[in-house]
Design a binder for this molecule. Structure first.
Ligand SMILES: Nc1ncnc2c1ncn2[C@@H]1O[C@H](COP(=O)(O)OP(=O)(O)O)[C@@H](O)[C@H]1O
Ligand SMILES: Cc1ncsc1CCOP(=O)(O)O
Ligand SMILES: [Mg+2]
Length: 317
């Protein structure tokens, strides 16, 4: 799918949610992206890349464990000079704004500025975007020094695109169907409702990226990943992922692990497909959220690069 409009978010020709998925076609078995995904998964296991994280206190342990389970390594930090020093040896950095302390309002804009000044790739998870003045001020500051990849649920992607004034005044989901937002860390919008915002956001990120490439990943029942030109849909996985805290946060951390070894769109698709394969496997033996999380980490470790590359990937027309 390549949008013919310059601002998809406000385009009246943008496909409607109901037709989006129906028109998506399976990505060919020998498509170059599948080869790139397999190579990236093998590289992660061979190179044990470091993706450092400035992330929330609720799910920090699952973020680190998921990064190790896919083959990477982890380092968690909150100080700008520490992040700057570690970024010299890290392949990517992950920033997640789920829990905040007062000094974050100054530290995070500085970290984003330092990362972009040194052309270091980073992933943003805008947890609960739109909630609270401090979080809004921090997220707004990132427009000046944007990430390489944004990973969030539908409401977070819509809210961030709106907060950065990229949606050209498009009707917000809440205007369209009366949905109130923000609703905290969970989404109140469907993935399809975030499609146009994701395409617009990915185009903006690409235009500000040192390599000219970027990606946006919208998580949900059928994930959506876009580089601003093409839109991929990733069905599968397990609804049990919504019953463990940190499923999205750890996906952001693993997206950073993949970004340490490959380009943004490959990293965003590979991490999401790896999660879908592993959560589907884990759901086969889990008897509840506790055993599911344990089985999920094991499945991240045991899912082969070949199986990840063969995962369910549709390309939207
Ligand atoms: N209904 C669902 N069915 C299958 N997988 C899901 C579902 N909802 C979320 N997921 C998966 O859970 C992970 C986290 O997504 P999500 O819950 O949307 O993020 P967040 O926790 O940030 O809101 C992703 O890998 C996503 O694909
Ligand atoms: C519950 C909670 N509160 C602040 S951050 C956080 C974790 C959110 O994790 P996820 O977005 O992966 O569900
Ligand atoms: Mg989240």
């Amino acid at each position: 799918m390549s949008d013919s409009t310059s601002s998809a978010a406000s385009s009246s020709t943008a496909s409607s949610p109901t037709t989006q998925l129906a028109s998506a076609k399976p990505l060919e078995a020998d498509h170059p992206i599948r080869k790139a995904i397999e190579q990236a998964a093998r590289q992660v296991r061979r190179q044990t890349p470091l993706a450092q994280s400035f992330t929330n206190f609720v799910t920090i342990n699952l973020v680190a464990n998921a990064q190790l389970a896919v083959g990477g390594t982890a380092a968690m930090s909150y100080l700008p000079d520490d992040i700057a020093d570690v970024s010299a040896i890290a392949g990517a950095t992950y920033i997640n704004v789920g829990t905040l302390l007062p000094f974050f309002a100054e530290a995070l804009p500085q970290i984003a500025k330092d990362l972009n000044a040194s052309a270091k790739p980073w992933v943003l998870d805008p947890v609960a975007a739109g909630l609270g003045n401090t979080r809004t001020s921090i997220l707004r500051s990132f427009k000046e020094n944007p990430p390489t990849i944004v990973r969030g649920n539908a409401s977070e992607i819509i809210a961030l695109t709106h907060m950065w004034d990229l949606d050209m005044g498009a009707k917000q989901a809440d205007d369209a169907d009366g949905t109130s937002r923000p609703a905290g860390v969970e989404s109140v919008d469907d993935v399809d409702q975030a499609r146009n915002a994701a395409v617009t956001l990915a185009r903006f990120l690409s235009s500000r990226s040192a390599t000219g490439t970027a990606a946006v990943a919208v998580s949900g029942a059928v994930d959506l990943v876009t580089d601003g030109a093409k839109v991929y849909r990733l069905p599968g996985g397990s609804e049990l992922m919504t019953k463990i805290t940190g499923a999205g946060c750890s996906l952001g951390g693993v997206t950073g692990t993949y970004l340490a070894v490959c380009d943004p769109i490959t990293a965003a698709i590979a991490a999401s497909v790896h999660f879908n394969c592993a959560s589907q496997t884990a759901a086969e033996t889990a008897t509840g959220p506790g055993s599911f999380q344990t089985a999920f980490l094991d499945a991240l470790w045991n899912t082969s690069a070949t199986d990840i590359a063969k995962g369910a990937i549709l390309i939207a027309e």
